[in-house]
Design a protein around this ligand. Structure first.
Ligand code: HDE
Length: 701
């Protein structure tokens, strides 16, 4: 793995390579200018002249650098990669990119938050977008999904209402990137179809540890169509290879200040380091004849299909292995559209999906300034384009020949493919109905699935959900909205509603209703999705001071790095520390520039001469306290254990047994001096793989 300095050098190399032929500076017209540091003026101290075309062009171009940010999902990070199917899916779909395991289809993925503007922080409580563009041989296919499997509303006509409610309040544009405010909860309390997605939003799913450790979902029920024209309902799932992991709320908030780019930096750095994130694509398939076999409607995007009812079948994998070269050109200008489908993938009548099929094209027209955005490199299909569409803003294709059909002058080209063969045909679904503006009665149950979600959570997840509700509703100024929301929660689960009510100073729900469902499904719980995965790319901090036993550090480092973990040496100041054997040990970062929230685990090595004085450094102690508080693995060796002992009065739990490995709730200690034992390293690796230990008592430092 290359060091961050090496990576920076490579990047700069890239910038230099971009330098147009390394020649002299020119105007947009290609005229060479002598310099660009002084504007043309009438005398050294005189007024600037209108005639200075270089100055005017430069400023004008600068003034026009911004395009409107996305109304939602404004803040994003993208990467290129590829998708390959495990085997042919011909039985269900004729989509060319799902036929042959030997065929790799290039992709571009953009991850995003939803509420905040482009400059907002990454680790806010929010849904994450997970949009994938497959550049298939039959044209572009966009799977524009989220990291929740359900959405807040059932019909797209409510989208502007929902988005207005969750966005900053209109009078003062507050809060940025946050849902904890009156208008959102006013809407939620009056629109119970939001409750299922709200449960996800209050869970730790809304604060992912990394985009690389996040599930993705197509949300809607789509339709696969095979070569015989047979349709099968399908729901799409992305599952990360590294397990599903989240932050804790306190940590997420601190991250917003310590590193507002926490998630996008993580994605960028991993790809630069050759640690390519990977997801498995899975599908839940429902034969058409089973359309009405569920106690919810497949067309209702506020519902999941429990995996016990329809298992997720893995069909392929996606690897992201290349960072974009220019954020604006690629990540900002990428244009997704749910209606970008290829033969073999079709829609259903889900009213949310139908609305999206209108909205995304409309959005791109205003955002990218005209109809030719599909000519931008990131949007351009690999499949050949032959249309009679012409002109418009920013047309960069020089079309030749005729531009209408039928024609004889152009040899009848582009010709019609006909309905057989390669052409896409819309699924011939029979439709018959009166024109009405009315929600189907099959969309009316808003409480069973939020209850299913709640029942599926581990105790610590439930606790986090209650705390999140208390935080969010605690920021709501209008008491009536708080009470109304609690009444809604009472329809989901009386216990949940009561616990929330107690934290926000409103009356507990009267005669708390029975739970709306007694069912549960482990597939929803982070407890079952997270633990004991590989430790690849987990960030481990080792806290150093003068007198450290370098051999001891090396004995842990070697094995952790061999398993793909990233280890960074931190000390009070940058530079080096003196080791016990008289050498210098290079420091990666100075403690005041980082915090435990940016790492997954911490190692406290010792030295042969008693407790190293890291206990005297308030930054170091804050670091250890934070890591412990957030449930992260903490390992200490030799006199390094003394650091933990110093925190015992604050509530850090530590069983001091001398000269043996003790692993308890992710705190691994061995007071023996010298190199770490295999047993110690294994216990540390296991703890890092488990990610977090939720059952630690709170500390009060
Ligand atoms: Fe979107 N959504 N959305 N959305 N959405 C946009 O399109 C919209 C919905 C999602 O990285 C916009 O290009 C409507 C569900 C992602 O560029 C806009 C409705 C899901 C992204 C839009 C929905 C999503 C968007 C804004 C209700 C998950 C970011 C900029 C009918 C399945 C894509 C843009 C990227 C972006 C409309 C609901 C996911 C305004 C009308 C459900 C990941 O067109």
């Amino acid at each position: 793995m290359s060091s961050s300095a090496d990576r920076k050098d490579q990047q700069l190399e890239g910038f230099r390579a971009e330098d147009p032929a390394s020649g002299p500076l020119t105007t947009d017209q290609g005229v060479t200018v002598d310099h660009t540091d002084d504007s043309l003026a009438a005398g050294e101290r005189g007024p600037t002249l209108m005639e200075d075309f270089h100055f005017r062009e430069k400023l004008t171009r600068f003034d026009h650098e911004r395009i409107p940010e996305r109304v939602v999902h404004a803040r994003g990070a993208g990467a290129y990669g590829y998708f390959e199917p495990y085997e042919s899916c011909a039985e269900f779909t004729r989509a060319a990119f799902l036929q042959d395991p030997a065929v790799r289809t290039p992709v571009f993925v953009r991850f995003s938050t939803v509420q905040g503007p482009r400059g907002s922080a990454d680790t806010v409580r929010d849904v994450r977008g997970f949009a994938t563009k497959f550049y298939t041989s039959e044209g572009n296919y966009d799977l524009v999904g989220n990291n929740f499997p359900v959405f807040f509303i059932q019909d797209g006509i409510k989208f502007p209402d929902f988005v207005h409610a969750v966005k900053p309040e209109p009078h003062n544009d507050i809060p940025t990137g946050a849902s904890a405010h009156d208008t959102l909860w006013d809407f939620v309390s009056l629109q119970p179809e939001t409750l299922h997605a709200i449960m996800w939003l209050m869970s730790d799913r809304a604060i992912p540890r990394s985009y690389r450790m996040m599930q993705g979902f197509g949300v809607h029920t789509f339709r696969f169509v095979n070569a015989d024209g047979r349709g099968t309902f399908v729901k799409f799932h992305w599952k990360p290879r590294l397990g599903v992991h989240s932050l804790v709320w306190d940590e997420a908030q601190e991250c917003q200040g310590r590193d507002p780019d926490f998630n996008r930096r993580d994605l960028w750095d991993s790809i630069e380091a050759g640690e390519y994130p990977e997801w498995e694509l899975g599908v839940q398939l429902v034969p058409e004849e089973d359309e009405f076999a569920f106690d919810f409607d497949l067309l209702d995007a506020t519902k999941i299909i429990p995996e016990e009812q329809v298992p997720v079948r893995p069909i392929g994998r996606m690897v992201l292995d290349r960072n974009p070269e220019n954020f604006f050109a690629e990540t900002e200008q990428v244009a997704f559209h749910t209606a970008n489908v290829v033969p073999g993938i079709d829609f259903t009548n889900d009213p949310l999906l139908q609305a999206r099929n209108f909205s995304y094209l409309d959005t791109q027209l205003i955002r990218l300034g005209g109809p030719n955005f599909s000519q931008l490199p990131v949007n351009r299909p690999l499949a050949p384009i032959r249309t009679n569409q012409r002109d418009g803003y920013h047309q960069s294709t020089v079309h030749r020949g005729t531009n209408y059909f039928p024609n004889s002058l152009g040899g009848g080209c582009p010709a019609h493919a006909g309905v057989d063969g390669e052409a896409i045909t819309h699924y011939a679904e029979r439709v018959d109905g009166a024109k009405i503006r009315r929600r189907s009665p099959s969309f009316q149950d808003h409480y069973s699935q939020p209850a299913l979600f709640w029942n599926s959570m581990a105790d610590w997840e439930k606790q986090h959900i209650v705390q999140a509700f208390r935080f969010e509703l605690g920021k709501v100024e209008t008491r009536e909205i708080r009470s109304r929301t609690v009444e809604q929660l009472a329809h989901v689960d009386g216990g949940l509603a009561t616990q929330v009510a107690r934290g926000i100073g409103v009356a507990e729900p009267s005669g708390a209703a029975e739970a709306a469902s007694k069912l549960s499904t482990p597939a929803l719980s982070l407890e079952s999705l997270g633990g004991h995965g590989p430790i690849r790319t987990r960030r481990v901090a080792v806290l150093l001071t003068d007198g450290v036993d370098a051999q001891q550090v090396a004995s842990v480092r070697e094995q952790l790095v061999a398993q793909g973990a990233v280890m960074e040496a931190l000390a009070a100041t940058d530079g080096t520390v003196a080791t016990a054997d008289g050498e210098r040990y290079a420091v990666d970062r100075a403690l005041p520039t980082v915090a435990s929230v940016l790492y997954d685990a911490v190692l406290l090595p010792g030295g042969p001469t008693g407790t190293p004085p890291v206990t005297a450094d308030p930054d170091a102690m804050r670091f250890v306290r934070g890591a412990y508080q957030h449930g992260k693995p903490v390992a200490a060796l030799g006199s390094g254990v003394g650091v933990l002992s110093a925190l015992q009065p604050e509530g850090v739990r530590l069983s001091t047994e001398f000269h043996r490995v003790v692993a308890d709730q992710g705190v691994i200690t061995d007071t023996s001096p010298g190199t770490a034992s295999t047993e110690f390293v294994q216990a540390f690796v296991d703890a890092i793989a488990a990610h977090r230990f939720w059952n630690r008592p709170p500390v009060h430092g």
